[in-house]
Design a protein around this ligand. Structure first.
Ligand SMILES: Cc1ncc(COP(=O)(O)O)c(C=O)c1O
Length: 365
């Protein structure tokens, strides 16, 4: 008998958004728009592309295990000592390092329901129990999370802004929360979408790291605003002690050389970042206006996506849109069967999605 672990066999694998090529193959459609995985519709920055071209010539060599140049560049960008930073193969890898570093069978992890599905998966891989606290008005219930803490709690995940709701936890809520959380519980603030935030009461989490909070870890990624999802690179910011500890868990060459070079260059392309944020901010407003006109409810979002209440089977809407060459995200896995999540795209892509939703609704009546 192969010693499969029951708690691993019980895991429901993560289902990513449908790739464009898969839809082209399956449906024989050539023109496909993907607004499903919160990617950057502008592609990567030109500066990053040039840096990648150069870096490719050296892929016969192992990457720098310490990410030296990237570490120096990012440390300057964030005004944070390099010892506070650790890079990962996507910010997903930092989630994994935290799980492997802190969890054993029987431990508990707390987060919210309707949040990033990688938290329960990576907790379960380590045999930990994942507690999903119900949301309040589609927002993290911070008080509820505090009440759920037990002596077995090792890790808390807070996606801020949250995926898939786009809602956020305020600076005041975080301040109060951190004053009450026991110091032996690691709290991970996942800021994958922080570059799209406009809310003025959004917390400044790096200040907690700078102030030396030992149990706070902040995650960021280059997959979203920086348009580098395919390279798999993100980072964690935390106390020096925490970063040293997580380095012991990672593989020696966990971040590839092309990704390292691309991010160094992308950090210099502030115009690209500005264009991306502008596209998202303008796109959010466009969708709010059009969705209201279509009579559809949505959650105001601080991220580059919007959750839309279709008031009907979201899977059916998803399938309808697929047949028209438009990939969005159905929300069944998040226990939101009547909703779909759409990524803000380019202006013409957004308009096409609105046209298709309008056509769907008129066919329904
Ligand atoms: C909340 C959240 N955290 C982390 C990630 C993963 O990002 P990365 O591509 O850096 O692994 C995502 C990606 O969808 C996300 O939505």
């Amino acid at each position: 008998m192969i010693p499969f672990k029951k708690y691993i066999q019980d895991i429901k694998p993560y289902e990513p958004g449908k790739p464009i090529k898969e839809l082209q193959r399956e449906y024989g459609i050539r023109s496909v728009i993907k607004l499903a995985s919160n990617e950057n519709p502008l592609g990567p920055s030109g500066k990053a592309i040039s840096a990648m071209r150069k870096a490719i010539r050296e892929v016969h060599l192992y990457p720098e295990g310490s990410c030296y140049y990237l570490l120096t560049r990012l440390s300057k960008e964030l005004d944070l000592d390099p010892a506070h930073l650790i890079f990962g193969n996507g910010s997903n890898e930092i989630i994994e390092l935290l799980a492997r570093g802190f969890l054993s069978e029987g431990d508990e992890v707390i987060s919210s329901e309707m949040t990033f599905l990688v938290y329960p998966i990576l907790s379960q891989v380590c045999g930990a129990k994942f507690k999903a606290v119900p949301m309040k008005d589609y927002r993290y219930d911070i008080e509820g999370i505090l009440r759920a803490i037990t002596p077995k709690t090792k890790l808390i995940f807070i996606a801020n802004p949250n995926n898939p709701t786009g809602t956020y936890v305020t600076a005041g809520e975080v301040e109060d929360f951190l004053s009450k959380v026991p110091e032996n519980v690691v709290v991970c603030f996942d800021e994958a979408y922080v570059d799209f935030v406009e809310a003025e009461d959004f917390p400044k989490m790096l200040a907690y790291v700078k102030a030396g909070r030992p149990n706070v870890v902040v995650l960021r990624t280059f997959s979203k605003a920086f348009g580098l999802a395919g390279l798999r690179i993100g980072y964690g910011a935390a106390s020096k002690e925490m970063v040293d500890y997580l380095h012991k868990v990672r593989q020696p060459f966990n971040v590839n050389s092309v990704a390292q070079a691309a991010v160094v260059a992308a950090l210099d392309d502030s115009f690209f970042l500005w264009r991306t944020k502008w596209l998202v901010v303008r796109g959010r407003k466009y969708f709010y206006r059009k969705l209201k006109r279509l009579g559809l409810e949505y959650l105001p979002s601080q991220a580059n996506f919007i959750l839309i209440h279709m008031k009907t089977d979201g899977q059916e809407v998803y399938q309808y849109l697929l047949r028209q060459g438009m990939i969005v995200r159905p929300m069944v896995a998040y226990k939101l069967p009547d909703w779909i999540r759409i990524t803000i795209g380019r202006r013409s892509q957004n308009a096409q999605l609105i046209r298709l939703l309008k056509a769907y609704l008129s066919e329904k009546v």
